[in-house]
Design a protein around this ligand. Sequence first.
Ligand code: ADP
Length: 266
Amino acid sequence: TPQILFALFLTLLTATAFLVMFRNLRAQQRLMEAKNDFISNVTHELKTPVATVSVALEALRDFHAIDNPTLTQAYLDIAQHELSRLAQMTDKILETSVFETNGVDYRPESIDLDTTTQQIIASMKMVFETRGATIHYSKDGNNFVLRGGTIHITNVIYNLIDNALKYSPKCPVITVSLKNAVNSVSLSVKDEGLGIAAEYQKKIFEKFFRVPTGDVHNTKGYGLGLNYVASVIRSHGGRIDVQSEPGKGSCFIITLPRQGTRALTS
Ligand code: ADP
């Protein structure tokens, strides 16, 4: 009868509404959990360098280390190292919060990806040396100029190389290559490190996501870098792809359109 059908319909509708509500709540709860993890991570990581610097300064004052040039040098080195770590962390956090409120906003400028990449590699020389890393750089073609936000694009390349270093065991081998096509320029950063299982290859671009690999993966991070990278690339009308195999390594490829060409989509 129509009454029974109507009652059935109502029940079904209510059930669906509940299901949707429940799924939304779960998603919100997961994001809250991730944010809480992030905050406790950040708080902990910010506290460590601050505490170390204050211990070093106290030692300089209380133990009259200032009379001993070798000790003074050692404590100042510690303070300087910790402060630069702190500066890097705050930069990363600021970078992320800025793009969260405003989207990735940039004033298009002319960027030569070749020069920019070479400058980034040169600026990371010390880091490579400390990690015993080898970096290969190659380019295929000779016009790598496009328009975009220089700072954001620089951050993207830096983030990808930094990840390649972070997620490689001892003596990382990293290959950075540039390729030009008629309508686009692409840059790939390849490592021979841990690799990423297929099930996580999409998730790594989500905010706060880190591959759960326990101790093997004992590196610090907030799971924000690739989300930022993807936002920058998207806002430039480009695309990002990842090819990876656990235990073999990963290759991240960004492709950016040249001026006046249509946006590329993933
Ligand atoms: P973070 O490095 O701060 O954790 P990212 O957003 O840069 O954040 O990366 C998210 C996750 O993706 C990392 O935690 C790591 O698990 C994985 N990942 C990123 N780059 C690589 C890489 N080159 N090799 C293996 N895993 C990677």
